[in-house]
Design a protein around this ligand. Structure first.
Ligand code: NG6
Ligand code: CA
Length: 497
């Protein structure tokens, strides 16, 4: 081999990793972080220096949205590019639900894999695993590997739902076959204490629900028996999943990789590692935010260590808006200290108002992104089309049907966002178009998706966000023209296709 060909071979993996159209992509997807929860979005009771640094070198969006005001439908849309309300069974899943994205379906991960990326997910899944009646003691399939991920390390559902174990690729981590796991919702299995019957054993008491099997002194949703050696320690969860994410980066770095890092923070139960105690000035919820910022910092430090920063697109966002009491008496309400989790917006997690889905979104890619602040209307549902465009792969027919390519906006090179966006909440779907926001009276098709279809008093609401970000002044009666235009557009969007 002559010297030239030796050199070009040796340089090949490096060249691939550095290709301008194939940056590494790291998506940091957080849980229940509100628009006002980061210091770069105005928080003063907690500091998020790592995320602020990301924002300073990237684009910080002020009108970016999760697809829904709860987790499962947001994650479904993020990966499939399809509005979740078009499909039955995409509401908040139990920990025994089967996977709701069918194997073989095009997803953000499979699209990037086809473009040559190594793909991995570490953290919260909440899209179901198996095909119903899953045996947690054997091979867990279908799972992320069947929809485009090469590697997975999962919190299967949520931190407050059983099973309280990690699943790596297709197996529960650290399971002793002599102590098999059984999981059941709705009916008790095994004879372990529950929050309802043994409140004296709890170190964190529920405020609503969350009174079934006790794991680590915290009662959860659902019943679990067995798997004692495999159970997670809540305080270590952020360290464990971050370490798995960093290892994935380290072993994948020779070629383009896509990492979906889905934190447990700042969802309940909020049990940050003791080293974060008192780091914020708004109690445990701000300590969890400080932990989250640390996790993001570790990911960025790993990129820096391996000289990957320059050609890695890091995207940071949240699956839905904020909540303070989400079912445990952890002091978050009492300790809020004037902190505004939703920033200037109305509502929060579950809500049809802006704070339900308007969440932080930061995108940094030193090589291509022009830093700044953008008010383009953009949804996480747009990531499949946008990132396919970035890697120059046309999307196959039928893939990501509700996803819009907003690459120029994501790169901070255009202010042009979506024309309109549907926001899903626990009370139905709402519509954004330009400055207008419609919260309709609801109609039949949503019933199919198992969602309530009517507002509390069954009247439509219309807001002009350009002068009323807090959605206080309902203009439905005074602007019948806009009301009717928005209502017909929403009907058109939700018509079966
Ligand atoms: C609710 C839970 C809440 C949280 C939520 C899902 C109760 C009373 N509330 O049903 O604690 O787990 O589901 O949150 O059980 S999400 O962010 O994953 O959508
Ligand atoms: Ca969530």
């Amino acid at each position: 081999m002559d010297r030239r060909s030796f050199l070009s071979l040796a340089a090949a993996p490096f060249a691939a990793a550095q290709s301008a159209s194939k940056p590494n992509i790291v998506l940091i997807y957080t849980d229940d972080v509100g628009y006002g929860d980061l210091s770069c979005y105005g928080a003063t009771k907690v500091r998020t220096p790592n995320l602020d640094a990301l924002a300073a070198r990237g684009v910080r969006f002020t009108d970016a949205h999760s697809s829904a005001a709860t987790c499962t439908p947001s994650r479904y849309s993020l990966l499939t590019g399809e509005y979740a309300w078009r499909r039955k069974g995409t509401g908040i899943l139990s920990g025994e639900a089967g996977m709701i994205i069918e194997p073989g379906r095009h997803t953000l991960a499979s699209l990037l894999k086809q473009a040559g990326y190594t793909t991995g997910v570490a953290g919260k899944w909440h899209l179901g695993l198996g095909a119903g009646n899953l045996d947690w003691n054997g091979d867990i399939r279908p799972g992320p590997q069947d929809i485009g991920f090469d590697y997975s390390f999962l919190i299967p559902a949520t931190g407050d739902r059983v099973p309280c174990v990690y699943v790596e690729n297709r197996r529960v981590v650290g399971l002793d076959p002599a102590d098999p796991i059984e999981i059941r919702y709705g009916r008790k299995v095994g004879n372990e204490p529950t929050g309802r019957d043994n409140p004296d054993l709890l170190r964190l008491r529920p405020s609503h629900g969350h009174d079934q099997t006790i794991v680590n002194g915290i009662s959860r949703i659902g019943y679990m028996s067995g798997g004692k050696s495999a159970r997670w320690v809540d305080e270590d969860m952020a360290d464990v999943i971050t370490q798995k994410a960093v290892s994935f980066i380290e072993r994948s770095r020779a070629n383009p990789f896509f990492l979906y890092f889905a934190t447990h923070d700042i969802h309940v139960p909020r049990v940050p590692h003791p080293r974060f105690k008192g780091r914020g000035q708004c109690g445990i919820r701000c300590d969890a935010i400080a932990q989250l910022d640390w996790c993001a910092g570790e990911i960025m430090a790993a990129l820096e260590r391996h000289k990957l920063t320059d050609n890695t697109l890091v995207i940071f966002t949240s699956d839905n808006g904020p909540v303070v009491d989400d079912g445990y008496q952890d002091g978050a309400v009492e300790d809020l200290n004037g902190h505004l989790p939703a920033g200037p917006f109305r509502g929060g997690k579950y809500s049809a108002y802006e704070a339900g889905t308007r969440v932080p979104l930061i995108a940094r890619w030193p090589r291509r992104i022009k830093p700044g602040v953008s008010d383009a209307l953009i949804g996480q549902i747009d990531f499949p089309a946008t990132l396919s465009a970035l890697v120059e792969r046309p999307m196959p027919t039928g893939a990501a049907p509700d996803s819009v390519n907003l690459l120029p906006a994501l790169l901070g090179r255009s202010r042009q966002g979506r024309d309109h966006l549907v926001e899903q909440s626990s009370r139905g779907i709402a519509l954004r178009k330009g400055k207008w926001k419609l919260v309709p009276t609801g109609a039949e098709p949503l019933r199919a998706a198992g969602l309530p279809t009517r507002t509390a008093d069954n009247t439509a609401e219309l807001y002009d966000l350009s002068r009323d970000v807090a959605e206080k002044d309902n203009l439905a009666a005074s602007r019948p023209d806009v009301l009717s235009e928005m209502t017909s557009l929403l009907e058109k969007i939700r018509a079966p296709r």
